[in-house]
Design a protein around this ligand. Structure first.
Ligand code: ADP
Length: 221
């Protein structure tokens, strides 16, 4: 599904290249569950953003579903991002002015799903995540764990092949964190490929493998 070869990412800083990712080589098969660990500033979020087509490498290749992502047109990049990738963030990134149901529905609006069908799909997801009773509430009326449930519901409602999670439990108490991790495990068992960034050793073990990043390099697989 994913093949990254000799990937470098840098920023120009005072006419010098400041490297954030150095010579990354990584293959991820469909159905995998990868945990990325490493100290702050190691390049974890940058790598996740490149995987999610939100950022681009300066050198190297990134193939997604056999297609080279480097020189694809913007329209196609957005299409890939919307149709195949779901993102979960540490800080949830829900839209405050929208209800739970509307937040989840947004991903389907972007995908061009018709209104009637959207409502049916959202109803199913609310039911599955046990948040039917919360559907008309706004994010601020929910606990952190509930907000992250909505974040995950929104990320997977359009059935992405790849789910990327940037410290999804970072703001949660451990019991809420475990609930979120159990849900990710279930989604993975149903076939969703997952890449998560985490600082939590126990939660990293939910992955089928762990990748350690140190100073922009993969140090152990
Ligand atoms: P992590 O997620 O492991 O904490 P990041 O991927 O967020 O690490 O950041 C890695 C490094 O890249 C950091 O040193 C950060 O300062 C640098 N960085 C990230 N974005 C930019 C940017 N837009 N301009 C310059 N440096 C950046």
């Amino acid at each position: 599904m994913i093949e990254i070869k000799n990937l470098f990412k840098y920023y120009n800083h005072k006419s010098q290249k400041s490297y954030v990712l150095k010579d990354i080589n990584l293959t991820i098969e469909e159905g995998d569950f990868v945990s990325i660990m490493g100290p702050s500033g190691a390049g974890k979020s940058t790598l996740l953003n490149i995987l999610g087509l939100l950022d681009e490498p300066n050198e190297g290749t990134y193939r997604f579903f056999e297609e080279e992502m480097h020189n694809i047109k913007e329209k196609k990049r957005v299409e890939y991002h919307r149709n195949h990738i779901g993102f979960i963030f540490q800080a949830y990134h829900l839209i405050d002015e929208m209800t739970v149901a509307e937040n989840i529905e947004t991903a389907l609006v972007y995908k061009g799903v018709k209104r009637k069908e959207r409502q049916a799909i959202v109803a199913d997801v609310l039911d599955r995540f046990n948040i039917v009773g919360k559907k008309d509430l706004f994010p601020e009326q929910l606990s952190g764990g509930q907000q992250q449930l909505v974040g995950i519901a929104r990320a997977i409602v359009a059935k992405p092949a790849l789910l990327l999670a940037d410290e999804p439990t970072g703001n949660l108490h451990s019991s809420q964190g475990k609930m979120i991790m159990d849900l990710l495990k279930e989604l993975n068992e149903e076939g969703t490929t997952i890449v998560q960034v985490t600082h939590n050793d126990a939660f990293a073990q939910y992955g089928k493998r762990i990748i350690n990043l140190l100073d922009g390099r993969i140090v152990a697989n």
